[in-house]
Design a protein around this ligand. Structure first.
Ligand SMILES: [Ca+2]
Length: 493
């Protein structure tokens, strides 16, 4: 987690927050004066949150919202990426088809390979891009980008990265190069931005759970915490700073960026719990009565053009109450995504709750179920009522109109980066799907037969490192960002 930052930054954020929340308490006092005033203020503040017109409509009290009931404010449950592995008592759900989980080990195990640490001097690294000059461009969740030389020398943070607000599992995340980077030096990155006019901030994790999750939904929606963004910038010729930073998507996601074969850009985004009730609040009901809530606020995949405009064939353009960048929805936290080279389709990992991590094939307009259906259950660890294995949503693993995952894990491994291997350095890995696991501390190798997983191999368990990202280098080697730094895998000679 990115919460373990410098003490000073935390203290600054703390005093800043104390002021902010004192202000919010005052606002609450005034709001109690009348219901009418309350509603007006909600509308006012909601629009100031810089939600798009779509979200403003959805959060307008005039629109029936079935989600205001049965809040248990004392039940505060952490998101998966903040938790240690929770393995003990999670029940094993029944798969929808054979091979959807617990695939056997491959008949032919991986060949021996060498693991080199290029550098251990990067912290909370999230994403990696290979610059044509042979250097690595690395993002750190806390809001910095650095260049790592092949000999392991790590640069100072690049100048020009916009302010990032590190809050819960949000921060600075993916970076991808423009397909014509060699000519235009453009890159694209995802981050969580503080509200306009505010500085970068680092919230201690507790603030988020104490100051946000203890509040009612209506109040949470008035909090201007910040916003998910995608930006485009030019990397300066000397590799030292970002120039011409332009925000190209505001209020989409801030997890992964993947180029589609047609030149559009997929953006994966985590469930935005703060805008609606969810299992995070201990709420046990489904969201089928207002599917637009899930279309907008559950984890989504957006699809945009490289200048931020909306592709004319996006699937929800004829529906005014769905954000036009929406391509697919019903995910929870897709921290890994890659194009399957065999089909050109987007595949994505999905970080489940307690159990229920998934791999999905992302298709236009499709619904991946969260938080109505899941192979996982709510987290036991933060429940104050002592109940275990409380169902998510409507408590089922399948629903009409909801896509089944290609594969799922119970217990959770906390999947992050994803890669299809296409190189020549490891001939036996060609066409295999690799997934880095955080809590699971392993590199998963999945052997595919079309859209089915036929074998699963757990690699690097002895390393005991959280694996955040996995990428194929231009040299065919496999590169990892882990809790131990930037690593390279090559065949043992
Ligand atoms: Ca699902």
């Amino acid at each position: 987690m990115q919460s373990a930052g410098p003490r000073k930054a935390g203290a600054l954020a703390a005093s800043h927050l104390a002021l902010r929340f004192a202000g919010l308490r005052q606002q609450r006092h005034h709001r109690r004066r009348s219901k009418q005033q309350d509603q007006r203020k909600r509308n006012d503040v909601a629009s100031a949150v810089h939600l798009s017109a779509v979200y403003t409509r959805l959060t307008n009290p005039a629109i029936p919202d079935t989600m205001h009931k049965s809040m248990k404010l004392t039940t505060v449950i952490l998101v998966a990426s903040l938790l240690p592995a929770l393995r003990a008592e999670t029940p094993q759900p029944k798969p929808a088809f054979p091979g959807q989980t617990k695939a056997p080990a491959p008949a032919k195990p991986s060949p021996a390979f060498t693991v080199e640490t290029i550098t251990g001097r990067i912290g909370g690294a999230w994403s990696l891009a290979f610059l044509p000059d042979g250097n690595f461009l690395v993002t750190e969740g806390i809001g910095t980008m650095r260049i790592v030389r092949p000999d392991g020398v790590v640069s100072a943070p690049l100048a020009g990265v916009p302010p990032v607000k590190v809050i819960a599992a949000q921060g600075l995340h993916d970076v991808v190069l423009d397909p014509a980077f060699a000519q235009n030096r453009l890159l694209y990155f995802t981050y969580f931005a503080p509200p306009p006019g505010e500085d970068a901030a680092l919230w201690p994790t507790e603030f988020f759970y104490e100051k946000v999750w203890t509040k009612s939904l209506a109040e949470r929606r008035t909090m201007n915490l910040g916003m998910e963004r995608v930006a485009r910038a030019r990397l300066s010729d000397d590799n030292k700073r970002l120039e011409n930073v332009q925000v190209i998507l505001n209020g989409g996601g801030e997890r992964r960026l993947v180029w589609a074969p047609d030149g559009t850009l997929y953006v994966t985004g985590a469930d935005r719990f703060r805008f609606y009730d969810s299992d995070l609040d201990g709420v046990e009901h489904d969201f089928t009565e207002n599917p637009d809530i899930r279309r907008n606020f559950s984890g989504r995949v957006s699809r945009i053009n490289r200048d931020g405009s909306i592709p004319k064939d996006n699937p929800w353009l004829n529906r005014a109450t769905v954000a036009p960048d929406t391509f697919a929805h019903g995910l929870r936290d897709p921290e890994g995504a890659a194009i399957n080279p065999a089909t050109g389709e987007l595949w994505a990992t999905d970080h489940g709750p307690q159990g229920g991590d998934e791999i999905n094939i992302i298709r236009a307009r499709k619904d991946y179920g969260w938080p109505d259906v899941s192979y996982g259950v709510q987290y036991d660890v933060r429940r104050t009522d002592g109940r275990k294995n409380v169902p998510v949503g409507n408590g089922t693993t399948a629903m009409e109109g909801v896509e089944q995952p290609v594969y799922f894990w119970v217990p959770s491994i906390a999947p992050s980066g994803m890669m299809f291997y296409t190189g020549d350095l490891f001939p036996g890995w060609k066409g295999n799907l690799f997934v880095g696991a955080l809590a699971g501390q392993q590199l998963v190798r999945l052997v595919l037969n079309g859209e089915r997983v036929v074998a699963e191999e757990k690699l690097l368990l002895d390393l005991k490192q959280r694996i955040r990202d996995v990428r194929q280098g231009p040299d065919g080697a496999v590169y990892l960002l882990t809790s131990g730094g930037l690593l390279r895998l090559t065949p043992k000679k």
